[in-house]
Design a protein around this ligand. Sequence first.
Ligand code: GLC
Length: 721
Amino acid sequence: MIDKHLHSLVQKMTLEEKVAQLIQLATPFYEASKDRGQITGPMVEMGITEDIVTSSGSVLGASGAQEVINIQKHHLQNNRLGIPLLFMADIVHGYKTIFPVPLAIGCSWDLELAEESARIAAKEAAVSGVHVTFAPMVDLVRDPRWGRVMETTGEDPHLNSEFARAFVRGFQGNDLKNQTDRVAACVKHFAAYGAPEGGRDYNTVNMSERQLRESYLPAYKAALDEGCEMVMTAFNTVDGVPASGNKWLMRDLLREEWNFEGVLISDWGAVKELIPHGVAEDEKEAAYKALTAGVDIEMMTACYVNHLKDLINEGEISEAVVDESVLRILRLKDRLGLFDAPFRGADVEAEREIVLSNENRRAARELAAKSCVLLKNEGFLPLDRSQKVAVIGPFAQNGDILGPWSWAGSKEQSVQVLDGLRNKLDASSIYSAEGCGIETITEAQLKDALDTASRADVIVLALGEHSDMSGEAGCRADIRLPKVQLELISHLKQLGKPMAAVLFNGRPLDLHGVIDQVDAVLEAWYPGTEGGAAIADLLYGDVNPSAKLTMSFPYSVGQVPVYYNKFNTGRPKDAPDAQERYVSQYLDIPNDPLLPFGFGLSYTTFSYHEASLSSQALTVGEPINLSVTVENTGQAAGEEIVQLYIRDVAGEVVRPLKELKAFKKIFLQPGEKKRIDFAITEEQLRYYHSDLSYHSDPGKFIAFVGPNSQEGIALPFRLNK
Ligand code: GLC
């Protein structure tokens, strides 16, 4: 159908049918759903009638080919004009085959594998009837107290933008109508949801428009530039106006300036939340503000269906505004081919073959192994197969290694740490004990752990946070491991045996009590369905760790927010002429994070030398080239993520000490070296000035090339106009 057919369809719709097209309801509202009736209370409370359901536009959270086919079939039999439903769900890092959480995937710095993970997620979701995924989540983050840092790729605008593009490519492909094994993507949460005050979810976001544009908006724009079909509005305020009622954010910026023509959906209940936010007195005013600001679909509240008709009849809103939203929704349905093929890719038989296939598991295992970051290793890893190993901790056997957004994933079908080791080693050389719960410990557990460990040569700890200690509304003010786990470590340390800690957590932690107590630390995040297999591969050196952090690990939560692309201040502590006291510092802890952005160890070592610039003068349109030799100076083959940062030494506004501009992942055999090249362009030096103009300035710059954001070779150059 092209637009004129859609326009004529809109003209045939009654006002009630148009307004109902703008609501998204969860599956229990639908008669044909297996979950029918689970929420009859809210259905009545929300004033949702069967007529509204029959004319509704989209469904939240349906999955399973048969379920979707049943709901869609019933809907088409009852919808007067035969308008099909859109099925949307949170497929954030996998559908049934769960990949590592996005913060882990970010640490792989592997855009190809990230795209592949999204393609596989889309394939599993599409055959199960899903049309749209609420992903990628690209909120930039600097505060590990916030529970949803696990859902993003970290603290850098450039890296987040590259991953946003990769995820959109993987989810959507390039022809949604004919590629029914892909799904439409919905970038979220627009905007700056990752910057709540105090790291507390849903809290106020306060920042200048300039900082918003400089740091927080690029990744959303990158997703849209890659063709992302939808945008989801955030729960938070942006400069005092909740995103879901923010006309500047949605109409002026998104629609006008960025020319976004796709569908805007609110987050769950965010339209009605304009009332507690204090910008709407009641649901009618909330409906008015959200629609005039630009929200097309209201998720799981009923302000639109209960009040838009009156607002139109009272002349408060023109029906044309509703038509505009309806048309965008119908256009998305048409782009997905739903008018001709309302069941799209849903296929009960094929679902059994595709979901959790060995091929998909292999991809999950590979990506997990590339996402776990080796944070410490004092000659202990990789482990020796001949040694007896004791695996101790709550994540040894049945840990929740899928993460908070693993929705359709199955813990029972995942490979736990012990499974991974048992598939690699003779069972007689593995002992295990839970040692403690996530936040509780008993004398018996401790005794069992000590007895078990005393029989082994080496100890592998499997510790971490329960997945509901991060994720949505999972914020923590104390970001250390739970106390009982620190106690377990100190008891086991008294045995005097080498220990490695494998950590399962959804945020950078304050690692005091862990990293200072053990010989090696492997940050596994939530590694997904094949996590235990990947961890065994890494612990025994079948895979050499290559991941690097994309979010700083603070020395203490007292440092937060702490991030690498910080400003220098007028009294930098590390200035050559810095005074003892009157500088920007803490009296009780260092300024630097415990582990910086870009940091990660390998079982080999790499050296950087012979760095040079093709010229020290850059002009517009004439890039210069940075070259550096990277050598594998160790005994094991491995991958190295080479990073290029640039500093603008004097801007019209203060500029970060370093900004990631490019990165390359290379593989080197022991003793092998490669010459790596990066182009440095004038475009990379552009930034938002105080008047919000976006351009570069002539002057002095420094390029840094190296293994992380703290180490590297500095090469000064100038931009000449
Ligand atoms: C949640 C989340 C959002 C998710 C939506 C639908 O509140 O904020 O990321 O996509 O609701 O589940």
